[in-house]
Write a protein that binds this ligand. Structure first.
Ligand SMILES: [Zn+2]
Length: 161
């Protein structure tokens, strides 16, 4: 059900995400806490989420639209190993468009390779996610996402104590 929305470049409706999440957080590996990446993305999702759990910290790892476009167009994945590569960040495949692990040709998600789809995703982000960030502007922890992966990790770990 979720895939049918993603395939069209749309966000998965909040109620579906919450249903998936509500089941997933019952599993043993969630007993000590969980990290949600890229969710919630809208005020509606945020309201629904607050009904099923308590959020301790919110991080905004911010990058410019230009950087987002660059990184999305750099994503290549191996369908066989389900490894995601990025030619601009990491991990970079050793050979162009070839999986390091199995040697298969790498492919791109259609909405990563398609400029119109990327612009649509950015527009959705500005219209629907930014109002949620505004709501938490006094408590949100902002991290510059254009630094190295190591530096970003270091800052997040510091803020998490
Ligand atoms: Zn592979």
């Amino acid at each position: 059900m979720a895939d049918s929305y993603i395939e069209k470049g749309n966000l998965v409706p909040s109620k579906i995400m919450i249903r998936i999440l509500r089941e997933r957080i019952k599993e043993d590996d969630c007993k000590k806490g969980i990290i949600l990446d890229g969710f919630p993305r809208t005020l509606e999702q945020d309201n629904d989420l607050n009904e099923i759990l308590k959020v301790d910290k919110i991080f905004e790892i911010s990058i410019s639209d230009e950087e987002a476009i660059k990184r999305l167009t750099g994503r290549w994945n191996c369908k066989k190993c389900e490894i995601m590569y990025n030619i601009f960040t990491s991990p970079r495949p050793k050979q162009d468009k070839i999986c390091d692990k199995c040697g298969e040709d790498l492919s791109q998600r259609w909405d990563d390779a398609n400029k119109a789809a990327i612009e649509k995703r950015l527009k959705i982000y500005h219209n629907e996610t930014e109002p949620m960030l505004e709501k938490y502007k006094n408590s949100i922890i902002k991290i510059n996402g254009e630094q190295s992966i190591e530096k970003i990790k270091e800052e997040i770990m510091k803020k998490l104590d």
